[in-house]
Design a protein. Structure first.
Length: 257
């Protein structure tokens, strides 16, 4: 895998101690990115939710039971395994900011990227995008509706990034030195508890950079070397331990490795 360094590195820190699992981030993501209503909501193998929310448990019984909720967007990996397997270069990581792109007109629907992604953050569009009558008026004009037969995923609301850069140029400012609140994805904007923090991980003044440097911050499956740009934050030890998803093997004599 080829690692690329950028002057700007957009990232996200999700505080799992603040997340209530309300789903506001998931709904905001669907509305902002023109994800159509599911034709068969019971078929979980063919969903297209870019922001999924998972329930974590410490595995204990009441009254020691604890629950945490983990929203999971695309990790925007520094070493993306998805882009290395795409035969038509439909997914790349070459734009300043480090967002892993998804070029829908190039995608041939082979789904190699889905198999390569360890976070299951990519979705195949099984159906034609259809909205109930009148609902098409609510579509975001800056986001294309994906046709059937292509893979789609979270892009950190890339159209908002483009709008922020255009505004900066109009103001005579550097489009690569955006203020912390100039570019915010829909999920972070909609979170009622402020659990999702977004910004430039390479700017020490941004709150996201300070949180990512905390001893309570961790990344999912970090041992794989994917270098995710999405961090999680929790002061609970058992939550941080689940982030690696490493199953201990019990050896003879009761020891673990």
């Amino acid at each position: 895998m080829q690692h690329m360094e950028f002057k700007v590195k957009w990232g996200m820190v999700i505080d799992l101690d603040k997340c209530t699992g309300c789903g506001a981030c998931s709904i905001a993501c669907r509305a902002e990115n023109n994800i159509p209503p599911m034709q068969d909501a019971s078929n979980k193998l063919r969903t297209t939710d870019w922001m999924n929310i998972y329930e974590l448990s410490n595995g204990k019984k009441f009254p020691d039971l604890e629950i945490a909720y983990l929203p999971r967007p695309c990790m925007q990996c520094g070493n993306p395994s998805c882009s290395t397997v795409c035969p038509v270069v439909a997914t790349t990581k070459d734009e300043e900011g480090g967002i892993v792109s998804q070029v829908y007109p190039r995608c041939i629907g082979c789904r190699y990227c889905m198999a390569a992604c360890p976070y299951h953050a990519r979705y195949f569009n099984w159906f034609d995008p259809i909205w109930p009558e009148g609902m098409e008026k609510t579509l975001t004009p800056y986001v294309s509706a994906r046709p059937r037969g292509v893979v789609e995923k979270c892009t950190f609301c890339h159209h908002r990034f483009n709008a922020a850069k255009e505004q900066a140029r109009a103001n005579g400012a550097d489009p690569l030195d955006l203020p912390e609140d100039a570019y915010i994805p829909a999920c972070a904007e909609a979170c009622p508890t402020g659990a999702i923090v977004f910004g430039n991980l390479k700017n020490p003044e941004h709150r996201v950079a300070k949180l990512a440097a905390s001893k309570y911050a961790f990344r999912l499956l970090a041992r794989l070397g994917t270098d995710p740009q999405v961090y999680y934050y929790s002061k609970r030890d058992w939550v941080r331990q689940l982030g690696d998803n490493y199953l201990q093997k019990e050896l003879k004599g009761g020891e673990h490795v």
